[in-house]
Design a protein around this ligand. Structure first.
Ligand SMILES: [Zn+2]
Length: 186
């Protein structure tokens, strides 16, 4: 396929180049992911989208036309998977801060986004996963006080239980400018 030829240059690049490539570092470019019934289910970094197409799990539906470099996929469609679930929100700092309302789940105070960290309830060093049920927003001070302990060991109870937030496709648009290329699919 033609688009595969276009993309092969990326896979041939040595790692050191990939790390300094601004597409990879900043992930400024996003791709709308549709399931096999063409329903939007997720927004992902375009580099990941490209990988999914290259590995054959998805197909490019539309490319960004105004990029100076090689085009990245703007919209992709999965070949097989049809989503029966609600939108999965990524468990990242931005979304955790949103779920927990910028509030430290240990001291209960609100902070500016830049002062919110992600705390592993069961510490990472002890096998705690980066998942919605094991990550809460914490201020820097509480995070460092808790250190490698569980809430019990640290004597720092959570102010509420973590939960998996319900998302819809528009949850992804916080902070992302919706590209024109997506309009036909939303
Ligand atoms: Zn705190």
């Amino acid at each position: 396929m033609l688009w595969q030829k276009n993309y092969q240059w990326i896979l041939r690049l040595p790692n050191c180049f990939l790390k300094t490539n601004y597409y990879v570092d900043n992930e400024q470019t996003y791709t709308l992911k549709l399931d096999a019934s063409w329903r939007p289910i997720e927004v992902i970094g375009s580099f990941k989208a490209f990988n999914m197409c290259y590995s054959g799990r998805a197909q490019v539906v539309r490319e960004y036309e105004d990029e100076d470099m090689y085009p990245f996929p703007a919209v992709i469609v999965l070949k097989k998977y049809i989503s029966t679930r609600r939108i999965n929100l990524h468990c990242n700092r931005k979304n955790v801060a949103w779920r927990d309302n910028n509030t430290c789940q240990y001291c209960g105070k609100r902070f500016r986004f830049k002062d919110i960290t992600m705390d592993h309830i069961i510490p990472k060093s002890r096998g705690g996963e980066k998942s919605w049920m094991n990550i809460v927003a914490a201020c820097k001070k509480c995070n460092s006080n808790k250190n490698n302990k569980t809430p019990n060991e640290a004597g720092m109870p959570l102010i509420k239980e973590p939960y998996i937030p319900e998302g819809n496709i528009f949850s992804y648009f916080r902070g992302i400018k919706i590209p024109n290329e997506w309009n036909d699919f939303l």
